[in-house]
Design a protein around this ligand. Structure first.
Ligand code: FAD
Length: 236
């Protein structure tokens, strides 16, 4: 969960640039929405309560917090630009993948904190599969099971398999260090991540890597053999 440093506790902490300084919270929110829409397009900024309803809970029933806004960038550049804007405005934000988390971690509290939901589920590309080195380069919104499907033609298998794998994202898996039955033998998500490009709450981005990491296992004996499947791909 990320929040812009120095974020103030209320909606938004100050009127976003361009809004009249004496404007109320609605005007400030609308001004922020307009600035975000200029980055990601109007379709990808949600502000109506009915639109935000889908984001007011994750897989933990009973906890509901509606975000001030939801913004859904479609590229890494848009993610950086959105985070830069939120950081400049002092607006806290919470990233979200598929919202299957069971700890309420993907909830952004608009009423109490003026928090914005940063949805990453449009970033769904498997950018590259390096079969020889058993490395896949993926965007954070790739659904776990889709990564498995993407590497199967190379007779490889992505081992971390939470039961939610048909919906949950690799970004959410990394944040939660998700695991599943294959992880008993092959290790959990963090044992399969060799590098990550991370956008910090300040909008600076940084690349983290583990140069000494080694593949944990060999290729699958058959592409469809998930039960026997040895972990062979590692995601970044
Ligand atoms: C039916 C069901 C079965 C499940 N089975 C398992 C299981 O077997 N094993 C297991 O470990 N978990 C399981 N879970 C929990 C959940 O699926 C995992 O924690 C999963 O990793 C969450 O991924 P997500 O994309 O849905 O993340 P979200 O729920 O959207 O977010 C989870 C957390 O990660 C953060 N986050 C998400 N994406 C990013 C990103 N790109 N960058 C930074 N932070 C991010 C969010 O802010 C939040 O704090 C299950 C959940 C359900 C509903």
């Amino acid at each position: 969960v990320s929040a812009a440093p120095g974020a103030a506790p209320n909606v938004p902490s100050r009127a976003p640039s361009g809004a009249p300084s004496d404007a109320g919270p609605d005007a400030a929110r609308d001004a922020l929405a307009a600035r975000l829409a200029a980055v990601v397009g109007p379709r990808h900024v949600l502000r109506r309560p009915t639109e935000l309803r889908v984001y007011d809970a994750d897989g933990l029933p009973g906890y509901h917090r509606q975000p001030l806004l939801a913004v859904l960038p479609g590229t890494r550049e848009e993610v950086v630009a959105v985070v830069r804007l939120l950081a400049a405005e002092g607006v806290p934000f919470v990233p979200r993948g598929a919202g299957t988390g069971l700890s309420g971690g993907a909830l952004a509290d608009g009423a109490a904190h003026g928090a914005v939901l940063l949805g990453l589920n449009r970033l769904t590309r498997v950018l590259r599969v390096d079969a020889e080195n058993r490395v896949a380069v993926v965007e954070p919104g790739v659904v776990n099971a889709k990564l498995g499907q993407a590497v199967a033609p190379f007779r490889l298998h992505y081992a971390p398999d939470p039961s939610s794998q048909s919906a949950c994202t690799v970004g959410g898996n990394v944040a939660e260090n998700a695991g599943g039955p294959h992880c008993l033998k092959y290790g959990v998500t963090l044992n399969h991540v060799v590098a990550a490009t991370v956008v910090l709450p300040t909008a600076r981005w940084s690349r983290w890597a583990t140069p000494t990491a080694r593949p944990r296992a060999t290729t699958c004996s058959a592409p469809s053999s998930a039960a026997r499947g040895a972990s062979a791909s590692r995601s970044t």
